[in-house]
Ligand binder design. Sequence first.
Ligand code: ATP
Ligand code: MG
Length: 248
Amino acid sequence: MSAALSLQRLHAGYAGKDILHGVDIELEAGGALTVVGPNGSGKSTLLKAVVGLLPLSRGSIALSGKPVEALNALARSRLGLAYVPQERNVFANLTVGDNLRLGWEFLHPRMEISARRDRLDYVLQLFPEIRDRLAASAGLLSGGQRQMVAIASALMQTPSLLVLDEPSAGLSPRNAALLFESIARIRATGITLLMIEQNVKLGLAAADHGLVLVAGQVRLLAPAQELLADDRLHRLYLGTQPGVPETL
Ligand SMILES: Nc1ncnc2c1ncn2[C@@H]1O[C@H](COP(=O)(O)OP(=O)(O)OP(=O)(O)O)[C@@H](O)[C@H]1O
Ligand SMILES: [Mg+2]
């Protein structure tokens, strides 16, 4: 069976200058991969290339065996890919309910309302914290709840591959932990997950594999638990300081 996501020798960047220099990734269906790395190492650039917001200068991307380099972001979402960017990922002036409805209508404009309700029920089970906030303006929520709305809206698309850019950015440790409880529930549904996370402990604990991206290249790729215990993780960023950093 083909991998849910396959990147081969991927190069991409901005204004003719590559930021990513030959990235290879194979992500099995139902797998979860967390990408960590220093600021500016190209993590968000990698996700933008995967979801179709940035053209490749070289290399290939396949979703479930289908080459998608020539497809734009909308066409990739129709193939089951949903993306939650690092910032500005909800409509702050709309209600939570309307944000979720837009997530659905984006890909299912002609489907029955009952199908949307069923999906909404399903998604809200994964995010019980926002169930009572459907009528609230998304802009008035806490950062943690807003991030839940962003991910829940993406899940309304019924994706098979969910791509998250730094879901815990800007959250308190408590809200980050709560959010990752939801991410664990999402994983348990069998969806494939590709995520960037600056909180290395939380991010790797939520994944089966971890990847360290440095200067646009894969420096380490290993089972997440191994990576958490790997001295090289510390050496790559922090000299020989012991203990896994919360944040790289
Ligand atoms: N739109 C853009 N135009 C030009 N250069 C950009 C653009 N976006 C990012 N870059 C550059 O590409 C490099 C990688 O940026 P990227 O956002 O991918 O890093 P990152 O690993 O996600 O960092 P962070 O941890 O801070 O989110 C940086 O040098 C950045 O300045
Ligand atoms: Mg980034």
